[in-house]
Design a protein around this ligand. Structure first.
Ligand SMILES: [Mg+2]
Length: 171
Protein backbone atom coordinates (compact mmCIF):
# COMPACT_ATOMS: atom_id res chain seq x y z
CA UNK A 1 0.00 0.00 0.00
CA UNK A 2 1.07 3.54 -0.69
CA UNK A 3 2.81 4.92 2.39
CA UNK A 4 0.71 8.09 2.43
CA UNK A 5 -2.48 6.03 2.65
CA UNK A 6 -1.38 3.42 5.19
CA UNK A 7 -2.72 3.96 8.72
CA UNK A 8 -0.33 3.80 11.65
CA UNK A 9 -2.82 1.63 13.47
CA UNK A 10 -5.97 -0.24 12.60
CA UNK A 11 -8.90 -1.26 14.80
CA UNK A 12 -12.32 -2.57 13.89
CA UNK A 13 -14.28 0.12 15.71
CA UNK A 14 -13.46 3.20 17.78
CA UNK A 15 -14.73 1.45 20.91
CA UNK A 16 -12.08 -1.27 20.43
CA UNK A 17 -9.41 1.33 21.12
CA UNK A 18 -8.14 1.88 24.65
CA UNK A 19 -7.85 5.66 25.10
CA UNK A 20 -5.04 5.14 27.63
CA UNK A 21 -2.97 3.43 24.92
CA UNK A 22 -3.07 6.73 23.02
CA UNK A 23 -1.97 8.69 26.07
CA UNK A 24 0.85 6.18 26.58
CA UNK A 25 2.27 7.04 23.20
CA UNK A 26 2.14 10.79 23.76
CA UNK A 27 -1.20 11.57 22.15
CA UNK A 28 -3.04 14.49 23.78
CA UNK A 29 -5.94 15.04 21.40
CA UNK A 30 -7.89 13.21 18.73
CA UNK A 31 -9.56 14.51 15.58
CA UNK A 32 -12.50 12.28 14.66
CA UNK A 33 -14.26 11.69 11.40
CA UNK A 34 -17.98 11.49 12.10
CA UNK A 35 -19.80 9.62 9.35
CA UNK A 36 -19.37 5.88 9.63
CA UNK A 37 -16.64 6.33 12.26
CA UNK A 38 -18.69 7.56 15.26
CA UNK A 39 -22.16 7.45 13.74
CA UNK A 40 -23.42 4.95 11.16
CA UNK A 41 -24.32 6.73 7.97
CA UNK A 42 -27.95 5.60 8.27
CA UNK A 43 -28.33 6.40 12.00
CA UNK A 44 -29.53 9.53 13.76
CA UNK A 45 -28.56 8.60 17.30
CA UNK A 46 -25.19 7.67 18.78
CA UNK A 47 -24.86 4.17 20.17
CA UNK A 48 -24.65 3.89 23.98
CA UNK A 49 -21.27 2.16 23.56
CA UNK A 50 -19.88 5.26 21.85
CA UNK A 51 -21.18 7.55 24.59
CA UNK A 52 -19.62 5.28 27.19
CA UNK A 53 -16.33 5.18 25.29
CA UNK A 54 -16.17 8.98 25.32
CA UNK A 55 -16.37 8.93 29.10
CA UNK A 56 -13.22 6.80 29.15
CA UNK A 57 -11.74 9.11 26.51
CA UNK A 58 -12.24 12.17 28.71
CA UNK A 59 -11.17 10.30 31.83
CA UNK A 60 -7.87 9.59 30.09
CA UNK A 61 -7.40 13.36 29.75
CA UNK A 62 -7.80 13.45 25.98
CA UNK A 63 -9.44 16.27 24.08
CA UNK A 64 -11.35 15.80 20.86
CA UNK A 65 -12.57 17.57 17.77
CA UNK A 66 -14.67 16.35 14.90
CA UNK A 67 -14.29 17.18 11.25
CA UNK A 68 -17.01 16.32 8.79
CA UNK A 69 -18.00 17.42 5.34
CA UNK A 70 -21.62 17.46 6.48
CA UNK A 71 -22.49 19.30 9.69
CA UNK A 72 -26.13 19.81 9.06
CA UNK A 73 -28.80 18.12 11.15
CA UNK A 74 -27.76 14.80 12.60
CA UNK A 75 -23.99 15.25 12.28
CA UNK A 76 -23.94 18.55 14.15
CA UNK A 77 -26.23 17.22 16.85
CA UNK A 78 -24.08 14.13 17.33
CA UNK A 79 -20.91 16.20 17.68
CA UNK A 80 -22.61 18.47 20.22
CA UNK A 81 -23.92 15.48 22.12
CA UNK A 82 -20.36 14.18 22.48
CA UNK A 83 -19.11 17.60 23.56
CA UNK A 84 -16.63 17.66 20.70
CA UNK A 85 -15.25 20.75 19.08
CA UNK A 86 -16.61 21.10 15.54
CA UNK A 87 -14.15 22.12 12.86
CA UNK A 88 -15.51 23.39 9.59
CA UNK A 89 -13.65 24.64 6.57
CA UNK A 90 -12.20 23.29 3.37
CA UNK A 91 -13.68 19.89 2.59
CA UNK A 92 -11.66 16.80 3.34
CA UNK A 93 -9.20 15.52 2.20
CA UNK A 94 -7.77 19.05 2.29
CA UNK A 95 -5.19 18.92 5.13
CA UNK A 96 -5.99 22.54 6.08
CA UNK A 97 -8.98 21.30 8.01
CA UNK A 98 -6.88 19.03 10.20
CA UNK A 99 -4.35 21.81 10.65
CA UNK A 100 -7.11 24.10 11.87
CA UNK A 101 -8.36 21.40 14.24
CA UNK A 102 -4.87 21.09 15.76
CA UNK A 103 -4.59 24.87 16.11
CA UNK A 104 -7.80 24.88 18.11
CA UNK A 105 -6.81 21.83 20.15
CA UNK A 106 -3.39 23.44 20.71
CA UNK A 107 -1.49 20.26 19.87
CA UNK A 108 1.33 19.41 17.51
CA UNK A 109 0.84 16.73 14.81
CA UNK A 110 2.90 14.19 16.78
CA UNK A 111 0.57 14.72 19.76
CA UNK A 112 -2.60 14.35 17.72
CA UNK A 113 -4.35 11.26 16.38
CA UNK A 114 -6.84 11.24 13.54
CA UNK A 115 -9.45 8.46 13.51
CA UNK A 116 -11.52 7.75 10.41
CA UNK A 117 -12.88 5.08 8.11
CA UNK A 118 -11.46 6.24 4.79
CA UNK A 119 -7.98 6.19 3.36
CA UNK A 120 -8.18 9.19 1.06
CA UNK A 121 -10.18 11.58 3.22
CA UNK A 122 -8.90 10.58 6.67
CA UNK A 123 -5.56 8.71 6.52
CA UNK A 124 -3.97 10.65 3.65
CA UNK A 125 -4.25 14.19 5.11
CA UNK A 126 -3.30 12.88 8.57
CA UNK A 127 -0.19 11.18 7.23
CA UNK A 128 0.77 14.23 5.18
CA UNK A 129 0.70 16.34 8.36
CA UNK A 130 2.57 13.74 10.44
CA UNK A 131 -0.35 12.84 12.70
CA UNK A 132 -0.97 9.43 14.28
CA UNK A 133 -3.49 7.89 11.88
CA UNK A 134 -5.97 5.22 12.99
CA UNK A 135 -8.24 3.46 10.51
CA UNK A 136 -11.55 1.88 11.56
CA UNK A 137 -13.96 -0.26 9.56
CA UNK A 138 -16.97 1.75 8.33
CA UNK A 139 -19.95 1.35 10.68
CA UNK A 140 -22.61 1.02 7.98
CA UNK A 141 -22.67 0.22 4.29
CA UNK A 142 -25.04 3.00 3.11
CA UNK A 143 -22.89 5.80 1.74
CA UNK A 144 -22.81 8.81 -0.53
CA UNK A 145 -21.98 8.08 -4.15
CA UNK A 146 -18.73 10.03 -3.74
CA UNK A 147 -17.84 7.77 -0.83
CA UNK A 148 -18.44 4.74 -3.01
CA UNK A 149 -16.11 6.22 -5.58
CA UNK A 150 -13.49 6.66 -2.84
CA UNK A 151 -13.89 3.00 -1.91
CA UNK A 152 -13.14 1.99 -5.48
CA UNK A 153 -10.04 4.18 -5.45
CA UNK A 154 -9.04 2.62 -2.13
CA UNK A 155 -9.50 -0.83 -3.63
CA UNK A 156 -7.27 0.14 -6.52
CA UNK A 157 -4.72 1.53 -4.06
CA UNK A 158 -4.60 -1.87 -2.39
CA UNK A 159 -6.77 -1.64 0.67
CA UNK A 160 -7.89 -5.19 -0.10
CA UNK A 161 -4.33 -6.42 0.42
CA UNK A 162 -5.52 -8.08 3.61
CA UNK A 163 -5.77 -7.20 7.24
CA UNK A 164 -2.21 -6.15 7.83
CA UNK A 165 -1.05 -2.66 7.04
CA UNK A 166 2.71 -2.86 7.39
CA UNK A 167 3.27 0.54 5.69
CA UNK A 168 6.40 2.51 6.49
CA UNK A 169 5.51 2.92 10.14
CA UNK A 170 5.14 -0.65 11.35
CA UNK A 171 2.11 -1.40 13.50
MG1 LIG B 1 -16.28 8.62 7.38
Amino acid sequence: MNRWLAPRRRVRRVVDLDPRSLVDRGIRAVVFDLDNTLLPYSAKELEPAILQWFEAFRAAGLRGAVVSNAFFGRAGRAAEHLGLMIVRGAPKPNPMRLRRAMARLETRPDQTAVIGDQLFTDMLPGNVLGMYTILVDPLAPGEFISTRLMRILEWIAGRRDGDSFPGPHGR
